[in-house]
Design a protein around this ligand. Structure first.
Ligand code: UDP
Length: 248
């Protein structure tokens, strides 16, 4: 497999190094309802391949909510810490699915896990992760931060700060941030852009508070967008108006 980094086509690329945060739910299929739906996974990986070919350095942080969330587990009687480890393991399953799919599309990947599991991936080593990006490999970070009581949004904020990424692209099933819940309120208004301060003042939930404060403190912009458009990520990379951008 070709391991050379693709040559960057700078006019199509506004962000050179990105953290792409995928919530676990984006892998769930509409038709099959499977936690990891093959056509949905393929469509997402095609989008990653498309921006990889533009020379963008990509870190993928994958959630696990399509399989297990510690908080939900604790409501059903599972010890919170145990449940959080179960959630982190769910991200490993999702990460391996993404790895497999991307490799089959000809994109070289490396999986780095915050909980060492040598048979499955490398341990998280910052300098090695940066080197992978420089060599044109997509780095998939799994097992969250490795600590219970955190989220994969916080992982994205942490890794983006450590890796000095230009932006966190948070792909969800909603097409941006609204002044109120668009499902409950048909008159909800979507924001194109927001400052961190606006988001705080209006108590808008962009990410959980730990993740949001990390982005605020380290000045990492966040783009919240919907993945269902098959070129959504490329459009976002080109700086087209997609989703909601939260910045300093
Ligand atoms: N988790 C954790 N520590 C982390 C990241 C994740 O304990 O650093 C656990 C937590 O239980 C969480 C689950 O893994 O609910 C899945 O992650 P998350 O809810 O962030 O996934 P997403 O909502 O993005 O699919």
């Amino acid at each position: 497999m070709n391991d050379e980094p693709p040559s960057p086509s700078s006019n199509a690329v506004k962000y050179k190094r990105i953290v792409l945060k995928l919530s676990g739910e984006v892998l769930r299929g509409g038709k099959s309802g499977d936690p990891i739906d093959a056509p949905t996974l393929q469509a997402i990986c095609n989008q990653i391949k498309e921006i990889h070919a533009l020379g963008v350095q990509i870190c993928v942080i994958i959630g696990g909510g399509n399989i297990f969330r510690g908080l939900q587990g604790s409501k059903q009687g599972v010890d919170r810490t145990t449940g959080d480890y179960m959630g982190m393991l769910a991200t490993v399953i999702n990460g391996l699915a993404i790895m497999d799919c991307l490799e089959k599309l000809g994109v070289t990947t490396r999986v780095q896990s915050a909980i060492p599991m040598n048979q499955i991936g490398e341990p998280f080593i910052l300098r090695r992760a940066v080197r992978h990006l420089e060599k044109g490999r997509v780095v998939i970070f799994v097992a969250g931060t490795g600590n219970p009581y955190f989220s994969t949004d916080t992982t994205a904020a942490l890794r983006a700060s450590e890796m000095r990424a230009d932006i966190i692209m948070k792909a969800t099933k909603v097409d941006g941030i609204y002044d109120k819940d668009p499902v409950l309120h048909p008159d909800a208004v979507k924001y194109d852009e927001l400052t961190f301060l606006d988001a705080l003042k209006q108590r808008l939930s962009v990410m959980d508070s730990t993740a949001f404060s990390l982005c605020l403190d380290n000045n990492v912009p966040i783009l919240v967008f919907d993945l269902s458009d098959e070129h959504a990520i490329r459009k976002a990379i080109a700086g087209e108006k997609v989703g909601t951008l939260v910045h300093a």
